[in-house]
Every structure is written in structure tokens, then in C-alpha cells.
Design a protein. Structure first.
Length: 155
């Protein structure tokens, strides 16, 4: 004896399942608030500044606004306070890690790579001491001066 099963219930169930999937995909998920961490970034020496910033400094940005003071002329960049953008991060891998500092706006663009890193994870304070490190003009690629400064990050 043959049992005949109607195809209509299967088609209806499949259609209903497909509708649930489609409406689930189109349902707007609530926006999660973007969590950024605030930290204090301080420069002393050939670069000076002290400012609390949000979301600094993953490789793809954001690059926070920062007020940097050059107490002495560096190459073509006059001793002055500059408003600009900041990027700071670890540079290199393994035991060869250094630190990179970039600061720029329409008037100035500098980069310094080097320093001795001391990251105290317990106190959440990173200190990088730059001694006789070359400052490069990012517009021209020219080395413009050796600089000494300390970078502090409290996060």
C-alpha cells in the first residue's frame, strides 16, 4: 500500500521558515555604544604637552586632536604651540620593539621612532624615554634634529 504525502504542507512550512529568516535579517539590531578609553598623554622635553584624549591610537585611527608645544625650533618648524593630530604606538615586534610618535597638522608633520619602553601594567602607566632619537619631517622625509623627551601614557 502506497502512502501519498501531500507536498503542500512541506511547501507552506518551508515558506514560513524562510519568512522568519528574512524578517530576522532585516530586523534592526540596537546600536551598541562605542566604547572608547580615555587616557592622559604627557610629553616633557623636546616635545611638550599634557592632555586627556579619547580612543588613542589604534593603527587605523582615530587620531585624536592634541596640542603639542615645541620649546625649541626643530628644522623648519618654529618653537611654538601647535594644534594637530597625534598617533603613538608600539613599533616593531618582539625584543626589537620601539615606540613611534607622529604629530601633524597643516603646518607641521613630524615622526620620531625609538625610545626605551617601560609599561607598568599594574599601575596602567606607560613611559617611553627617547634619548638622541632622530626627528623626521614627514613632508620631506628629511631628518631634522635629534631629540630627547619622555612620553607618558596613563590609561
Amino acid at each position: 500500500m502506497k502512502i501519498q504525502i501531500s507536498k503542500w504542507p512541506i511547501v507552506i512550512v518551508a515558506f514560513a521558515s524562510l519568512m522568519f529568516v528574512v524578517t530576522g535579517l532585516e530586523a534592526k539590531k540596537p546600536d551598541k555604544p562605542v566604547q572608547t578609553e580615555s587616557e592622559l598623554i604627557v610629553f616633557t622635553g623636546a616635545l611638550e604637552g599634557s592632555q586627556e584624549v579619547e580612543g588613542c591610537c589604534p593603527n587605523a585611527g582615530p587620531f585624536p586632536e592634541y596640542a603639542m608645544t615645541l620649546p625649541e625650533t626643530l628644522g623648519d618648524f618654529a618653537a611654538s604651540e601647535y594644534e594637530g593630530r597625534l598617533f603613538i604606538n608600539v613599533y616593531g615586534v618582539g625584543r626589537n620593539q620601539e615606540y613611534i610618535v607622529q604629530f601633524w597638522n597643516e603646518d607641521i608633520a613630524i615622526e620620531i621612532i625609538g625610545g626605551v619602553i617601560n609599561n607598568d601594567k599594574k599601575s596602567k602607566i606607560l613611559t617611553v624615554t627617547f634619548t638622541n632619537e632622530m626627528c623626521t619631517d614627514l613632508n620631506t622625509g628629511a631628518d631634522i634634529a635629534e631629540v630627547d623627551f619622555v612620553l607618558g601614557r596613563a590609561y
